[in-house]
Design a protein around this ligand. Structure first.
Ligand code: ADP
Ligand code: MG
Ligand code: MG
Ligand code: MG
Ligand code: MG
Ligand code: MG
Length: 685
C-alpha cells in the first residue's frame, strides 16, 4: 500500500479527465528514476516480509466471532507503543511497523527495518513475526485477537459479523448487498477506490466462486441469503439479472477481495538487471507457492470449491468496462484488456538471451505511444513493453491537491498506476532520493495461521531466490502455461489433484547442475557445492546479491533452442519441490545445494531444515494445507449439516481453534509439525 495522502479525492467523472495527465507525468517520473538509477550497482540483499492480520473479536456469550472495526484506534495505539519502545531502547530500526490496510478490521506489519542476508537475520524472521503479533495482541482489547486468516469465513453473511454492527444498506461506496460501508478503511483513498472502480466499470464487481457441493447441499443451489429484491441502489437488481450464478458463492464488493490477507516478500537486488532476472524467475514460482500456501476455502458463510483467494481479489477490483472486457465493440475505450488490474504477470521483462520472445505468448495490450516514448529514451523493448502494459490502466484515485507535481522529486503519479497493478510479482524501481535500490516483490502467497509457517515460507522463498541466481537457473515457460498453473493452484486440494507446467531443463546453457556428480560435469556452476570440482571453496557468510551473470550462449549463438513446447512438462507439486529422478532435481534439493555454499553451523542448519521440511511435507502431502485443514474442520464439526454452510457456531469454534493453534495450545500434527508447537507460545518472546 502506498503512502496515504490527506486530501480531496476526485469523483470518477472528474478523475478520468486527468488520466492522461497522470500517465504522462508518471512516465516522466519513471524516466527520471531511470536516468538517475539505471546504472546503480552493488546494492546488498535486503529483504522483508509483510504479514496481514484480521482483528477478530470473540463474543463469548453469543458465541460469535466478529470482525473488529477498530483499525484506526488500534493503529494509533500501536504507533504510540512502537515509538515508545524505540525511545526506550534507542533502536528505531528493529521496532516493527504497523500499517493500515483496506479492511477496517485489518492490520499489516513489517519488520522495523529490512533483514540483511546474514544467517542470523534469516533465523530471526519467525521471532520478528511473533514479536509483531505479540505487540498487536498485547495492545488489543482482551477479547480481540489478530488472526492471520486469508479469508474471513463469514464476511458478508446476513446478521452480525462485525463489531459494531452496521447494515449493508449504508454501503454508499460499493453499493454492496452484503457488506456495509464501515468494513472499509475510512481514509478517503479507500472508499474512493471502491466507488470509482464501480463507476468506471459501469456496474458492481461480480465475483462467483464455485460452491463446494456437499451431501445435503440443495441443487440447484439458489442462494437464499442474497437479498434478491432489495431496491436501494441502482445496481441492486444486478444479482437477479444474471450477476449472481447458481451453484456459486456470489460476492459484489471490493471488500471481499481486498479484505483478504496475504504474505508478501520484497527483495532488493544488486542492480536492475539482477532484479529483472529474479522477477522473471519468480513468475513461474508464484502459482507453485500459491498452491502450497492455500488457506482460503470459506467465503460469505459457505464452503467454496476452491482453496485460494487469488481470483476473488482479482474480480473484486476489476474496473474494466464492458468494452474492455470484450462484451461490446470498442468505442469509448482504447483497449480490449484480457485481465483485471489484479492479475498474474503477463510479460517477462529480463533483457537476456534466455528470455525467448516466444515465452510472452498471451495478449498483453500496451500503450504504443508510451512504448515509443520509452524506447526513444533508450529503454529496451522488454522493459518498455512492461511499463507501457502497466500504463494501459487509468488512475482510480486522484487527489486534487497532488495533481501537479515536481516530476524530478516525486514518483506519486508513477506509483499511482504502478501500485494499482496488483500482480503476482512486482518490479519496484527505487523511490526518488532514497537509499533503496531496485526491488522485486513476491505477492502470490496466502498468509498462514502461524508465524512458524509464515517464516518457513519466507525462508524458503529467500533461499530459493538465492539458489536461482547462484546456479543460473532458467525457469522460463510460456506465460500462458503460468496462467494455466494459476488456475490449477486454486483448485480444491491442488496438491493431490493437479499437475503443473514446469521447465524440464532448469539450468542455463553452459551451466551444470550443482547436483551433478563430479564425473559428469564439463563446465561448472558459478558457485559449486563443496567438493564438486575437488577444490573446496570458502563458504560464504551471508546470502548475497551480485551473482555472476548468465553465461553467453555457446558460440555466441542464441539459436540453440528447440521448440518451446519441448521445454516443459507437467509435474506434481511433490515432483517440482522434492524432485523426480535426474531430469527434475526438486527445488528443495537445489536449496540444500545452495546452503552447502554457506557457512552455517549444524544448529543453524537444523533450524533452516525445519522450515524447509514444512514446504517439503506440504508438497508431498504428509502435511495438510491450511485450506484443507479448515475445510475438514468445518465438515467434521458436530453441528455441520453437510449443506456447505459455515454457521455462526462453526465459525466461532474455528476461530477459537485457530487462535489456540497459533498459541501452541492446540496440537494439530496433521497441519503443523510437533517441533513447532513447543516454541510457539507467545510467552517465549
Ligand atoms: P508495499 O506495501 O508497498 O509492498 P511495505 O512498505 O508494506 O511495501 O513493505 C515493504 C517490505 O520491503 C517490508 O518488508 C520492508 O522491510 C522491506 N524493505 C524495506 N526496504 C527494503 C529494501 N531496501 N530492500 C528490500 N526490502 C526492503
Ligand atoms: Mg498489504
Ligand atoms: Mg505493505
Ligand atoms: Mg507501503
Ligand atoms: Mg493488500
Ligand atoms: Mg506489498
Amino acid at each position: 500500500m502506498g503512502l496515504l495522502y490527506l486530501g480531496t479525492p476526485l469523483h470518477w467523472d472528474d478523475a478520468k479527465q486527468y488520466a492522461d495527465h497522470v500517465r504522462t507525468h508518471g512516465i516522466t517520473q519513471f524516466l527520471h528514476i531511470w536516468d538517475n538509477l539505471k546504472d546503480r550497482y552493488g546494492d546488498e540483499l535486503l529483504w522483508g516480509d509483510e504479514v496481514e492480520y484480521m482483528v477478530v473479536l470473540f463474543d463469548n456469550e453469543e458465541k460469535n466471532a466478529k470482525l473488529s472495526l477498530r483499525q484506526t484506534e488500534i493503529l494509533a495505539k500501536l504507533q504510540t507503543i512502537t515509538s515508545d519502545i524505540a525511545t526506550d531502547t534507542g533502536d528505531i530500526g528493529s521496532v516493527p511497523t504497523f500499517h493500515p490496510e483496506y479492511g477496517r478490521f485489518m492490520l499489516e506489519s513489517t519488520p522495523g527495518s529490512p533483514y540483511t542476508g546474514s544467517i542470523h537475520d534469516l533465523l530471526s524472521v519467525e521471532k520478528d513475526m511473533r514479536y509483531r503479533r505479540h505487540l498487536a495482541r498485547k495492545y488489543l482489547k482482551p477479547n480481540e485477537i489478530p488472526l492471520t486468516m486469508t479469508s474471513y469465513p463469514r464476511l458478508g453473511v446476513p446478521g452480525v459479523f462485525t463489531e459494531p454492527y452496521y447494515s449493508p444498506e449504508d454501503a454508499v461506496s460499493s453499493h454492496s448487498l452484503f457488506v456495509p460501508e464501515e468494513i472499509t478503511n475510512p481514509h478517503a483513498r479507500f472508499p474512493t477506490l471502491t466507488a470509482n472502480i464501480r463507476r468506471r466499470r459501469g456496474s458492481k464487481v461480480a465475483i462467483n466462486l464455485p460452491l463446494f457441493i456437499d451431501e445435503h447441499t440443495p441443487r440447484p443451489f439458489v442462494d437464499p441469503t442474497i437479498p434478491w429484491q432489495r431496491n436501494i441502489y441502482p445496481e441492486d437488481p444486478e444479482a437477479k439479472q444474471g450477476a449472481a450464478l447458481n451453484d456459486h458463492i456470489y460476492m459484489d464488493a471490493m471488500g471481499f477481495g481486498m479484505g483478504c490477507s496475504c504474505l508478501q516478500l520484497t527483495f532488493q537486488s544488486c542492480n536492475i538487471q539482477e532484479a529483472r532476472r529474479l522477477y522473471d524467475a519468480l513468475v513461474p514460482i508464484a502459482p507453485i507457492m500459491l498452491a502450497l500456501t492455500a488457506a482460503s476455502p470459506l467465503w460469505r458463510g459457505y464452503i467454496a470449491d476452491v482453496d485460494c483467494r487469488w481470483d476473488v481479489v482479482s474480480a473484486s477490483v476489476d474496473d474494466r468496462t464492458e468494452e474492455e472486457r470484450g462484451l461490446k465493440p470498442l468505442k469509448e475505450n482504447r483497449f480490449r484488456i484480457p485481465k483485471s488490474r489484479y492479475g498474474s504477470v503477463s510479460l517477462y521483462i529480463a533483457d537476456e538471451w534466455l528470455n525467448r520472445t516466444e515465452y510472452n505468448d498471451i495478449d498483453a495490450p500496451y500503450d504504443p505511444a508510451i512504448f515509443d516514448r520509452l524506447t526513444q529514451h533508450g529503454i529496451d523493448k522488454a522493459l518498455a513493453r512492461h511499463m507501457s502494459h502497466l500504463f494501459i490502466r487509468d488512475p482510480i484515485v486522484i487527489f486534487s491537491e497532488t495533481i501537479n507535481q515536481d516530476d524530478t522529486t516525486s514518483n506519486d503519479h508513477f506509483e499511482n498506476i504502478q501500485s494499482t497493478n496488483w500482480q503476482t510479482v512486482r518490479f519496484k524501481p527505487p523511490p526518488v532520493n532514497s537509499s533503496i535500490g531496485w526491488r522485486v516483490e513476491f505477492r502470490s502467497m496466502e498468509v498462514q495461521l502461524t508465524d512458524y509457517e509464515n517464516a518457513a515460507f519466507a525462508v524458503f522463498v529467500v533461499l530459493l531466490s538465492r539458489a536461482i541466481l547462484a546456479f543460473n537457473m532458467n525457469l522460463y515457460i510460456p506465460i500462458s502455461k503460468v496462467d494455466e498453473n494459476m488456475d490449477r493452484a486454486q483448485k480444491r486440494d491442488a496438491i493431490h489433484t493437479q499437475k503443473f507446467y514446469f521447465r524440464k531443463e532448469i539450468f542455463a546453457y553452459g551451466v551444470v547442475s550443482p547436483l551433478a556428480s563430479p564425473a559428469s560435469s564439463g563446465t561448472t556452476s558459478p558457485i559449486e557445492p563443496n567438493g564438486t570440482s575437488g577444490i573446496p571453496r570458502p563458504k560464504e557468510k551471508k546470502l548475497r546479491n551480485c551473482f555472476a551473470p548468465v553465461p553467453p550462449p555457446p558460440n555466441g549463438d542464441a539459436q540453440i533452442f528447440g521448440p518451446v513446447e519441448e521445454e516443459y512438462e507437467e509435474y506434481t507439486l511433490d515432483e517440482i519441490i522434492n524432485g523426480k529422478g535426474e531430469s527434475c532435481p526438486g527445488l528443495v534439493n537445489l536449496i540444500y545445494a545452495y546452503l552447502d555454499t554457506l557457512d552455517v553451523s549444524p544448529d543453524e542448519f537444523r533450524k533452516i531444515k525445519d522450515y524447509i521440511d514444512l514446504v517439503k511435507k506440504r508438497a508431498n502431502g504428509s502435511l495438510l494445507t491450511p485450506a484443507t485443514w479448515i475445510r475438514n474442520f468445518v465438515r467434521s464439526h458436530p453441528s455441520y449439516k453437510s449443506d456447505s454452510v459455515v454457521s455462526q457456531q462453526v465459525n466461532y469454534d474455528l476461530m477459537v481453534a485457530v487462535d489456540e493453534i497459533e498459541r501452541g495450545a492446540r496440537k494439530v500434527p496433521e497441519l503443523i509439525p510437533p517441533i513447532f508447537c513447543k516454541s510457539s507460545s507467545v510467552d517465549n518472546i
